[in-house]
Design a protein around this ligand. Sequence first.
Ligand SMILES: NC(=O)c1ccc[n+]([C@@H]2O[C@H](COP(=O)([O-])OP(=O)(O)OC[C@H]3O[C@@H](n4cnc5c(N)ncnc54)[C@H](OP(=O)(O)O)[C@@H]3O)[C@@H](O)[C@H]2O)c1
Length: 357
Amino acid sequence: MATKPSSSSSSSSSSSSSNKKQGLGWIEWARGWLCVVQEMLFQRILASHLHNPLPLPPVNDLTCIVTGSTSGIGREISRQLAEAGAHVVMAVRNTSAASELIQKWQSEWIGMGLPLNIEVMELDLLSLDSVVRFANSWNARSGPLHVLINNAGIFSIGEPQRFSKDQYEEHMQVNHLAPALLSILLLPSLIRGSPSRIINVNSIMHHVGFVDTEDMNVVSGKRKYTSLVGYSSSKLAQVMFSNALHRRLPAEAGISVVCVSPGVVHTNVVSSRSSLFSATDPQVPEYCELLKADDWPVCAFISQDCRPTNPSEEAHNVETSYKVWEKTLEMIGLPSDAVEKLLDGQEVPCRFGDGQE
Ligand SMILES: NC(=O)c1ccc[n+]([C@@H]2O[C@H](COP(=O)([O-])OP(=O)(O)OC[C@H]3O[C@@H](n4cnc5c(N)ncnc54)[C@H](OP(=O)(O)O)[C@@H]3O)[C@@H](O)[C@H]2O)c1
């Protein structure tokens, strides 16, 4: 595990010509699609060594927040972590659906061990006010957070472009901006839980994404909006932001930042494996430290078969990652030194959080 993936064919240091880049070059684009197709075709073979479900190491002492846990991969992650003994917080917008799930899981669990330690908290990623309320209420407990799993996501295939009430393109908001805000605002709790992890459930589709920091909402007309553009750009933005966060967090903070691909069109049990692995495997923090010590330009990226891999060539662009970082902080209403202040134990003002729903 503690070996770096081989160097990406793109340089980790970006040239100034990337300043004016308007999209992926066709070779990068073709390579990106090749990665997507390879994952779709060969994922079962590549992951054939993995058990199903994945056996987990002891997690009894862990408190884990899982976003979007009422369905799909997040639901499976939450159930498996809770059954393995973790304290699980289901961060969801449909709280009654989550409560019903907990009742069902508890009744199915009778006689198998102690009751599941699982609770529900409201979080709507289409509202940055909701993200701030969630983080404030969690931080007010003054307890540790060991694992934040940013799982919730949308891919509104074939649907027209839509904007959140915060005026951001919905894929960008749900898949990148809101999880970014949540991750930063929860740093005080993650520091208390250190060694701790931020796990971003990403996608192989980031390989065909491109982020234009001057047009995060894809409204300028430079690129035609499609749901694929919205989704892939948001997933790449998440990797690039994670690269910058990984580099900003000093090793002493003990917080690992990981992006993970769950694979494409699998059962939820199979798709949850790489996220569960990233959240619990003892070698993952060691691997993140190795990348940090080597000044590697990207954060850890774990493939669907639970191996360290490289994110896309474009994700290695340090200059664009830094721009994505700055632009994201501006869009989520945080000062540019938010991380440093939070690490220093200071309060950080956020433009969002006062809106009433
Ligand atoms: N499945 C795949 O093949 C695949 C492949 C690559 C990457 N991924 C990634 O894996 C993650 C999970 O995907 P999935 O297939 O499990 O999706 P899913 O079955 O559609 O579940 C998505 C979850 O996100 C929640 N969610 C959506 N919008 C939300 C919002 N505004 N606020 C809070 N929660 C919200 C949903 O809650 P509601 O029930 O309230 O809508 C749901 O619980 C996503 O990030 C996705 O991009 C999936």
